[in-house]
Design a protein around this ligand. Structure first.
Ligand code: NAD
Length: 308
């Protein structure tokens, strides 16, 4: 499998290392506007080749991404302390549009995965600029937010985060919605878990968990400048799900055409991932209050997509 990474900053470089040690790709291509940086990252990976499984590590220009199975875009300006993801829109839309056109030219059969923020809007830009069918343009979505959500739920419930089934949907940003109406722990609905173990979530607990989930990126950025480990795990999970034709359901960002009553935007809702990329977007019943919040999130993202 050949994976190309466009952008070898903190997210791209961390992902490169994660992919390198995963044993999944046979070839990794590192491309960045800053060619010296991409080469330096590639060189460091090459220096481990006598110790790790063999992966062809390439750096250079877009001609190198030819025949890629996946192209992951994390190029762009990162969030700075105090900035929201939506503050990055103008700068990054231009970058993502240029990159997506290059991907369409040099790797027309690839699947594009977009991590750059504001991710939902950038996924929309990548879809439009590449001209790819919608199944082959995947935003990392709220896979990261959902993982954070599961972690904070697990802390409260004293459960293993892996046993928790829960989603954050909507914008990967401030208007995201933690879905409490469909939580289960290893198949046991949250309400039964509450009766059984006495771990019941009050409205206040739900608000705290939602706020921690939403604000965690801000506190990490304040603490160490940027976030990159968990997003690398998310991209690896998406690539594995597609490459292995798993049929895994993940809340990735995809182009919506009427699901949940939303259309003309890329937004995170659960979707089935197979070898074709996005095989199906799942349109399941939400609690009306949660649907209303999701609608507000959709309206925010829609407004930004409309103004591009
Ligand atoms: P970074 O500044 O460390 O790296 C960005 C890289 O992009 C730099 O190396 C820069 O040279 C490169 N770049 C800029 N313009 C380019 C172009 N036209 N072509 C090729 N490369 C170009 O930033 P980072 O911390 O790696 O974050 C990257 C993006 O990922 C940001 O937008 C950030 O907000 C986002 N992010 C998203 C998630 C998510 O859940 N989707 C999580 C973390 C970070």
């Amino acid at each position: 499998m050949k994976i190309s990474l466009i952008g070898t900053g903190m997210v791209g470089a961390t992902l490169a290392y994660r992919l390198f040690i995963s044993g999944l790709p046979s070839e990794l291509v590192l491309v960045d506007l800053d060619k010296k940086r991409a080469k330096a990252e590639a060189d460091e990976l090459r220096h481990s080749l006598s110790l790790e499984d063999n992966v062809r590590i390439v750096d250079g220009d877009y001609s190198k991404i030819k025949d890629s199975d996946f192209v992951v875009i994390s190029a762009g300006a990162p969030q700075k302390t105090g900035e929201t993801r939506l503050d990055l829109i103008e700068t990054n839309a231009k970058i993502i549009s240029e990159i997506s056109k290059k991907v369409a030219e040099f790797a027309p059969k690839s699947i594009i995965i977009v991590a750059t923020n504001p991710m939902d809007v950038m996924t929309f830009v990548a879809l439009k600029s590449s001209g790819f069918p919608k199944n082959r343009v995947i935003g990392t979505g709220t896979v990261l937010d959902s993982s954070r959500f599961k972690y904070y739920l697990s802390e409260f419930l004293e459960a293993n985060p892996k046993d928790i089934f829960a989603f954050v949907l909507g914008e990967h940003g401030d208007s995201q919605v933690g879905i409490f109406s469909h939580i289960s722990i290893k198949g046991i609905p949250l309400e039964n878990f509450c009766t059984e173990l006495g771990k019941c979530l009050s409205q206040n607990d739900k608000e705290i968990i939602s706020r921690k989930t939403k604000d965690s990126a801000y506190s990490i950025i304040e603490g160490k400048g940027s976030t990159y480990y968990a997003i690398a795990s998310c991209v690896l999970k998406i690539i594995k799900s597609v490459w292995r034709d798993e049929g895994t359901i993940l809340p990735i960002s995809s182009y919506l055409e009427g699901e949940y009553g939303f259309e003309g935007v890329c937004l995170s809702v659960p979707a089935v991932l197979t070898r074709d990329g996005i095989q199906k977007v799942l349109d399941f019943d939400l609690d009306p209050a949660e649907h209303k919040k999701l609608e507000s999130s959709y309206n925010i993202v829609k407004e930004y997509c409309k103004n591009l």
